[in-house]
Ligand binder design. Structure first.
Ligand code: ADP
Length: 290
């Protein structure tokens, strides 16, 4: 079941946060990258139905997020959303909180609802913390609790805004395990380019409210192929240079000094930096799906 955006835009007064955008999101994990202010949160909030678009229409699993009240409710049942910041009622227990969200999502069958609460708590590794009050949970456990509520009801579209922030490496690996086992559309906004290389089938880069790149991770890496070097001195005009643990300088882009530097495999971060350093061609998109 796919998600579609057709000519979707969002303006706040005279600020255009998202220019008219048409996209189809199929199953798999899709990474949304972009600098602060690029429009990522706006796009996620539009998809989650928390925000109404200025123009255009959005459909999730065949239901119009931008349609009638009944259609929107149907669409909402198929969406799981993890906002960047979740304000918890700190006196509630972990299970009580997830149950409360399930009630808001109109799960009327109480035994089935309780089973589902247990399932999602187990999934994020909080099964043994179910009766602990939120105020006594660690930061990482609270973040996992927030993820648990987004997984309620096995949504068709799972929207995660910065899901790995505040997680330690083990918790991050465990979240990757959970997400890669899902068979729905997972849209993740992140600044962690390692998450993109580890998880995503597709990457969308937003810049100033426009799609700057839309393609596979391999296609994004191809942007940087042969353009990252390591040597004794920085490449002239590089967009980023730093001394690595080996004592050699890694340069992203620029012109390496002949004979002293070797080309190295680029990372998603290198490709992202190079893409950002290239002026947009009049708002034109790059990539396979653009
Ligand atoms: P990102 O998540 O990529 O950092 P946002 O979607 O938060 O970007 O913001 C995109 C643009 O829209 C920015 O210029 C931001 O200042 C503006 N913006 C976001 N929310 C609001 C709002 N509620 N009112 C006015 N401007 C907003």
């Amino acid at each position: 079941m796919s998600t579609t955006l057709r000519d979707v835009s969002k303006s706040y007064g005279r600020t255009v946060a998202l220019h008219p955008t048409t996209l189809t999101l199929g199953t798999g994990v899709i990474g949304l990258l972009g600098p602060n202010g690029a429009g990522k949160t706006t796009m996620l909030r539009l998809l989650s139905s928390a925000l109404a678009p200025t123009t255009g229409s959005i459909r999730v699993a065949g239901h119009a997020v931008t349609g009638s009240h009944a259609e929107r409710t149907e669409a909402r049942r198929r969406i799981g959303y993890l906002p960047q910041e979740v304000v918890f009622p700190r006196g509630m227990t972990a299970a009580g909180f997830v149950d409360y969200v399930a009630v808001l999502k109109e799960w009327r069958d109480t035994p089935a609802r309780h089973r589902e609460v247990r399932r999602v708590l187990d999934l994020v590794g909080l099964g043994d913390r179910a009766t602990v009050r939120i105020r006594a949970l660690s930061g990482g456990q609270r973040r996992r609790l927030a993820i648990a509520q987004a997984l309620l009801g096995a949504p068709d579209l799972l929207i995660l805004d910065e899901p790995t922030t505040g997680l330690d490496p083990e918790q991050r690996a465990s979240l990757r395990g959970i997400l890669s086992a899902l068979t729905c559309t997972v849209l993740i906004s992140t600044h962690q380019t390692e998450d993109v290389s580890a998880l995503c089938d597709r990457v969308i880069v937003l810049d100033a409210g426009r799609t700057r790149f839309d393609g596979t991770v391999a296609e994004l890496l191809a942007v940087a192929a042969g353009r990252v070097h390591q040597g004794p001195a920085p490449s002239e005009g590089a967009v980023g240079t730093w001394k690595t643990g080996t004592g050699l300088v890694r340069s992203v882009g620029g012109t390496p000094e002949p004979g002293t530097s070797i080309a190295v495999d680029p990372t998603v971060e290198d490709a992202y930096l190079l893409l950002r350093a290239t002026p947009a061609r009049g708002g034109a998109d790059q990539g396979a799906h653009a």
